[in-house]
Design a protein around this ligand. Structure first.
Ligand SMILES: [Zn+2]
Ligand SMILES: [Zn+2]
Ligand SMILES: [Zn+2]
Length: 138
């Protein structure tokens, strides 16, 4: 579902939160790990929320547009976590058990200024995710 960029934000904020959107938000609020679409799907099944995988994908995209959910890509997989009330941060994921830890810091501020100086771009986003072996899996 492609929409023109102009006016998209306005339309998006006007959208009401459907039951499905609320269920996904509630799930992400209860989880301490960013979830993939298929994990959201199976955990909603456990909660007896009637939903299919296509709807999960559509819902997380709407929630992303609304600025309520953040997408991150860890080891080639897209995951989603609540954005509301959370500061910008990065993640590290264990290659063995898949545990994800929030890194509550951003080391890229200086680099961002340098990039802006060199390119005359205004930088408003970046991604930086780590992978490795957690203490239990070393
Ligand atoms: Zn591990
Ligand atoms: Zn996080
Ligand atoms: Zn950062």
């Amino acid at each position: 579902m492609l929409e023109p960029t102009i006016g998209k934000g306005l339309r998006a904020t006007g959208r009401r939160l459907t039951r499905t959107r609320k269920a996904v938000l509630a799930l992400l609020e209860d989880t301490h790990q960013p979830l993939s679409a298929s994990e959201i799907y199976s955990q909603l099944q456990d909660r007896h929320v009637a939903i299919d995988l296509v709807t999960v994908y559509r819902t997380v995209n709407v929630l992303k547009e609304l600025g309520l959910v953040m997408q991150l890509d860890l080891q080639g997989q897209s995951r989603y976590e609540l954005k509301e009330g959370r500061k910008h941060h990065h993640h590290i994921q264990c290659r063995v058990c898949g545990e994800i830890v929030d890194l509550l810091l951003c080391p890229l501020k200086k680099l961002t200024r340098l990039i802006e100086e060199q390119t005359q771009f205004i930088v408003d986003d970046h991604t930086l995710e780590f992978a490795g072996f957690c203490p239990k899996c070393q």
